[in-house]
Ligand binder design. Structure first.
Ligand SMILES: O=C(O)CCC(=O)C(=O)O
Ligand SMILES: [Fe+2]
Length: 321
């Protein structure tokens, strides 16, 4: 009988021991090869990161659920402060709602969310607890994304550019809620989030045990469900790595499909070049056989163009040579 191939999601472990490995150690080199393969073949992989417990993930997801539970009017009116908080809800995607947290260290923004939910201040410790839990998560996630970015830079032989690019990188957080389709009287699978490629560097996500995320495997033209195990993080490559690797890597197409009667919550960290940063193909990855595929461009100009006319090929159309 023909065997049906079960494709496991590539995964890596970043334990305390691994994080302490020297750059030239065999263990770190093996990790780099594994990351390189996962990035080249899939564009995504799972990470077990010892610095963030599964309980901490649950606390953040629970805290964000409480924030989503504030009255709709409060969310629409008070969660839209460009550059700080961005609430998206009540769009053509009936199941989707998200809260984007921007700003430099996100502390002020997290406090603003807590104040909307617990305006009386310390409501039996909730307000203080929420801020502590979310602030410490955000700073650990930021560290994780930098470790991952360094690993990928080293894996593609451009490690010497890491420090320079890391200096020019910032991040934002996003909590997303997907209502259960049955809440809208729909028994069928329903689109939660439209297919897209993240425009940023890399995105790291967790979920509340309710699956829904799917990735497109280009070679098969097939959408595959991608559940994120509790305690793990899913890393998705975005458009920026296409430029940094001169087309060796591709941002991964993903979407969310919801079914059943459970709400899904996700929380993620999105690393992004800072305002005004120039994107360029590293010279190490250019030679006669591999000409530069992209011209230098300002990242925020690319984002603005994408905002006006989103498409999967926007990077190639905008900056492709
Ligand atoms: O909620 C998810 O799992 C995916 C969210 C996502 O793709 C995004 O916010 O860009
Ligand atoms: Fe995304």
């Amino acid at each position: 009988m023909e065997q049906v191939e079960v494709q496991e999601t590539p995964s890596i472990v970043l334990s305390k021991e691994v994080l302490a490995l020297g750059q030239e150690s065999e263990g770190w080199k093996a990790l780099r090869s594994k990351v390189r393969e996962a990035c080249e073949t899939r564009g995504y992989f799972l990470v077990e990161y010892s610095e963030i417990t599964s309980q901490h993930q649950e606390e953040v997801l629970r805290g964000m659920k409480a924030i989503f539970d504030v009255p709709q009017e409060t969310k629409t009116k008070h969660m839209n402060k460009p550059g700080h908080l961005v609430y998206i809800g009540q769009t053509q995607l009936p199941l989707y709602e998200s809260i984007g947290i921007f700003g430099e260290d996100h502390v002020e923004e997290t406090q603003a969310l807590a104040d909307l939910k617990w305006p009386e201040g310390n409501n039996e410790g909730n307000n203080v607890n929420f801020c502590e839990v979310v602030n410490s998560m955000n700073s650990k996630l930021k560290d994780l994304n930098f470790v991952l970015m360094r690993l990928i830079f080293e894996a593609f032989g451009i490690g010497k550019h890491y420090e320079f690019e890391a200096e020019k990188t910032t991040d934002s957080l996003r909590a997303t809620k997907y209502r259960a389709p049955t809440e809208n009287g729909n028994q069928n699978e329903t689109l939660g989030l439209t297919a897209h490629v993240d425009k940023n560097t890399l995105s790291t996500l967790c979920e509340n045990g309710v699956p829904g995320l799917e990735v497109l495997h280009d070679d098969e033209g097939q959408w595959r469900p991608l559940p994120i195990p509790k305690g793990s993080w899913l890393v998705l490559l975005g458009n920026v790595f296409e430029v940094w690797t001169n087309g060796l890597l591709h941002g991964v197409r993903h979407r969310v499909m919801m079914s059943g009667d459970k709400e899904r919550y996700s929380y993620g960290c999105f690393s992004t070049p800072r305002e005004g940063v120039t994107m360029e193909v590293p010279p190490e990855l250019v030679d006669n056989d591999h000409p530069a595929l992209y011209r230098p461009f300002i990242y925020s100009d690319f984002l603005a163009i994408h905002g006006r006319s989103p498409s999967f090929d926007i990077l190639k159309t905008y900056a492709g040579i």
